[in-house]
Design a protein around this ligand. Structure first.
Ligand code: NAD
Length: 442
């Protein structure tokens, strides 16, 4: 079978090694992400004392589209995949959110991810609502041709929902700049003219933004620096552990390494590596690009996934998937700061354990919002035919992230609530405010 690796897939890419071993290599306990999202909504709505009517208007997805995606495979067979696009909210602007191609995609997972996008865009105060899409498939087993046909057919199926003023997809797990280019092309061919602003996370040559590929990891870095400053932890020499050495995790690790921190352990689906003196992160990135995994990196030894999460460190960055830290393993965590690069890696039960242990959590809707923030910059540039240089993008991102961090911290301190609740109160409060001002139609 043809490899699906392609230079355009760099960073956000599916690389050949990634796949389903995830469930075998870590103790991820199944939990419905949407139930978690609803539970966290209720906690914030109660703390904000939101009226019932406003809750009814902003809590649930506005639209859920379920699509059947038939694809002709290379061997001539037609295989049908299931796909979804969920618009959770367009209260503050067009729906915005990635598309995930993964075997575990369910409608509830997409609903949860769309819900988090709504609060996330509000936390960083960009004029978007929340959306998400997904196809239940395993891109690892598909050729480039099959993947292109899948992407184009899925894009055609969700075409009535998407558009630069309506709903703007982007890459998520196992989707890439190349897939965004196919979606942009499919949409444009149907319209009869090029529409760059229909997706973000595109290749640079197609209206993508400089800095987008690194934006999520960079946002994790900025919020981690702010947390260290808040807690009086020197970044130089701080021990950092990263679960999930993909786009978000590896960039965050590289920037922390560059700032003088000591990244002592990282992992991917194949396993975890450790060096108590600190790993040479640029070399680990190059090694992974060459071999497909961090495992067997020289000057490191292999440890078990549960050992990685239990390492004593200043910063733990879960950057893989949902439900990595649950009530089963949260008590073993010995980090001062947990920076949620992934969406939903810590369950509410684990949150409660962290609270009792005094772990400082940077919640996902704040921590990983750098990606959607630079997606917003990309959309602004596309719609206005502008090209910002990378320095400009990074400076704007830093400003947005540090301001959002300050806003969340203020609620955390003034209301004496944990950082997750503070971030949800900020995001949900802003959406509720927009809802009240807009009123109920008709
Ligand atoms: P990615 O596919 O580039 O990387 C994921 C990495 O996690 C891979 O290296 C994979 O091997 C590893 N992994 C998966 N399961 C693992 C496990 N159980 N243990 C250890 N490693 C494991 O994906 P990404 O874009 O970096 O996204 C990661 C997370 O960040 C997701 O939750 C995603 O929703 C979130 N996120 C990403 C972005 C973005 O712009 N990339 C933005 C916001 C949120």
């Amino acid at each position: 079978m043809a490899s699906i690796y392609h230079p355009l897939w760099a960073g956000l890419a599916v690389r050949p090694e990634r796949g389903l071993a995830m469930l075998a290599t870590s103790k991820i306990v199944e939990k419905n992400a949407y139930e978690v999202a609803l539970e966290n909504f209720d906690l914030a709505a109660n703390a904000l004392e939101l009226e019932e009517g406003v809750r009814a208007m902003i809590k649930y997805p506005e639209r859920i589209l379920s699509v059947s995606v038939p694809v002709r495979m290379d061997n001539g067979r037609i295989v049908r995949y299931e796909g979804f696009r969920v618009q959770h909210s367009t209260m503050r602007g067009p729906a915005k959110g990635g598309i995930r191609f993964h075997p575990n995609v369910t409608v509830d997972e997409v609903k949860a991810l769309a819900t988090w996008m709504t609060w996330k865009c509000a936390v960083v105060n960009i004029p978007f609502g929340g959306g998400k899409g997904g196809v239940t498939c395993n891109p690892k087993t598909m050729s480039m041709g099959e993947l292109e046909r899948l992407s184009r057919r899925y894009a055609t199926s969700i075409l009535p929902l998407i558009g630069p003023e309506k709903d703007i997809p982007a890459p998520d797990v196992y989707t890439t700049p190349q897939i965004m280019a196919w979606i942009m092309d499919t949409y444009s061919m149907n319209k009869g003219y090029p529409v760059h602003g229909v997706v973000t996370g595109k290749p640079i040559s197609l209206g993508g933004s400089l800095g987008r590929n690194e934006a999520t990891g960079r946002g994790v870095f900025y919020t981690t620096l702010s947390s260290c400053e808040h807690l009086g932890i020197p970044v130089k020499g701080a021990r950092v552990v990263v679960q999930g050495f993909g786009n978000a995790g590896s960039i965050a690790a590289m920037l922390m390494h560059g700032a003088g921190a000591k990244v002592i352990a990282v992992s991917d689906t194949k396993g975890c590596i450790f060096n108590d003196k600190g790993l040479d992160i640029p070399a680990v990135i190059a090694f992974k690009e060459r071999t497909g995994s961090v495992v067997r990196f020289p000057e490191s030894h292999k440890i078990a996934p549960e050992e990685l999460l239990a390492l004593e460190c200043e910063v733990l960055i879960p950057a893989a998937l949902e439900n990595a830290i649950t009530e089963a393993n949260a008590a073993a965590v010995r980090a001062r700061i947990v920076a949620e690069a992934a969406n939903g890696p810590v369950t509410p039960e684990a949150d409660r354990i962290f609270d009792s242990k005094g772990v400082f959590l940077i919640p996902d809707i704040l921590c990983n919002a750098g990606g959607v923030t630079v997606s917003y910059f990309e959309w602004v540039q596309d719609e206005n035919h502008l090209f910002w240089d990378e320095n400009d993008v990074n400076k704007r991102l830093e400003k947005v992230m540090t301001r959002a961090f300050r806003d969340v911290l203020k609620i955390h301190s003034e209301r004496n609530v944990n950082m997750r609740l503070a971030a949800n109160m900020l995001g949900i409060g802003r959406v509720a405010e927009a809802c009240k001002i807009r009123g109920l139609y008709p």
